[in-house]
Design a binder for this molecule. Structure first.
Ligand code: ADP
Length: 356
């Protein structure tokens, strides 16, 4: 057998379900006679030689826990040649033949670097933002959305009592999907996401009309990326709504609350299947892939392809990004991005349609 020992790590932002992925990696590997070393604290652990053997018992019970018991870090040193050299030395010292890297976009960049330096690596998604274009789903998204929905339900109670508008900011970085999906699920009157220009006048008009017709509570969800990351556009919006409609408005920033908590069934299931598939791919001698979910099926996607399609979707293509692909593949990519955009627009319209 080619692989005798693999490493597993979680890196970047944490997400509920990461532990379930680690568990699946460990148990699938052990089942195939492969030893597993847990790398502590993401790529930092590779640089600092912070690794430990994981047995089946080491992952007992972790399926139900949020966060990541292997810990995580943001490690800029890993991006440097010196950092990579230290990481490779750790792999050599412990005879780590391959790595499963659980995280988001940045983590997969690190994974590609490792593959290019001779350590085959497979990526498993773990990010609450659902911001990886190549996959319909990232582990952690469902738990985060359920947490948001639960909190909005609380805000609805108090909004109804006081006849208030609650403007709530949720995470998502540059991706508005947490905001958009939870807006629908919590019956919001409006949603602001980075993908679509927000019409303040239309929002104000809708709230004023509905208040006049007797509606008392108004939920508005704002994705943190609107108006520039960290700009807290929602705070400004709450003031505008209050001034122009007379409806008392309150701003709530959910911040890091939505990153934690017990993973939902959806996340445990996706994490288990994706983690297990990552090891199976390594056993098939494959590398530099990220396990994606497309139309409810698990599909391995080349990591470089995932970067290219991500840039295409965000209109950030650089010269040479598509050189490796045929005309047919590029047409498929464009079609995929167009369908994704159309879907987002459809859901956005649904929020307005159902705000009555
Ligand atoms: P996420 O994986 O959640 O997107 P980050 O973007 O913070 O989180 O990336 C996690 C880690 O992956 C970084 O701290 C760094 O160690 C590694 N990484 C990110 N970008 C690169 C890159 N371009 N090259 C190599 N490693 C990277």
């Amino acid at each position: 057998m080619k692989f005798r020992k693999i490493g597993v790590l979680t890196s970047g932002g944490d997400a509920p379900g990461m532990n379930a992925s680690i568990r699946a990696v460990v148990r699938t590997a052990l089942d195939n006679g492969i030893e597993v070393l847990g790398v502590v604290g993401g790529y930092r652990g590779l640089i600092d030689d912070n690794v430990r053997k994981l047995t089946s018992r080491d992952v007992s019970g972790v399926i139900a826990l949020g966060g990541t018991f292997l810990l995580t870090d943001r490690c800029d040193e890993f991006k440097t040649p010196e950092g990579m050299a230290k990481a490779l030395e750790t792999c050599r010292k412990h005879e780590i033949d391959a790595i499963v890297a659980i995280g988001g976009d940045g983590t997969f960049r690190g994974a590609t670097d490792l593959t290019n330096h001779g350590i085959p690596t497979i990526g498993v998604t773990g990010t609450i933002d659902n911001d990886i274009t190549a996959t319909d789903y990232t582990v952690g998204f469902d738990t985060a959305m359920n947490t948001v929905t639960g909190i909005i339900d609380c805000l609805r109670d108090t909004g109804e009592s006081h006849a208030r508008c609650m403007v709530t900011e949720v995470m998502g970085r540059h991706c508005g999907e947490i905001a958009l999906y939870t807006a629908i699920a919590s019956g919001a009157v409006a949603v602001a996401i980075p993908e679509i220009e927000f019409d303040v006048d239309a929002c104000v008009k809708r709230i004023a009309e509905l208040r006049a017709a007797g509606k008392r509570n108004f939920q508005v969800i704002v994705s943190e990326g609107v108006g520039g990351y960290h700009s807290h556009f929602g705070e400004e919006l709450a003031k505008i709504i209050e001034e122009r409609t007379g409806v008392e408005s309150r701003f709530n920033c959910l911040g890091h609350i939505v990153r934690g908590g017990q993973p939902t069934l959806r996340d445990r299931l996706a994490a288990s299947c994706m983690g297990s598939m990552a090891v199976e791919l390594l056993l098939q001698d494959k590398s530099n892939l990220v396990v994606c979910e497309l139309n409810s099926e698990l599909v391995p996607v080349d990591i470089n392809y995932s970067f290219a399609i991500d840039r295409m979707y965000k209109n950030k293509l650089k010269d040479g990004d598509l050189d490796a692909y045929t005309e047919e593949q590029i047409a498929e990519m464009r079609d995929f991005c167009a369908r994704k955009s159309a879907h987002i627009k459809e859901l956005y319209s649904l929020v307005e349609e159902l705000a009555k």
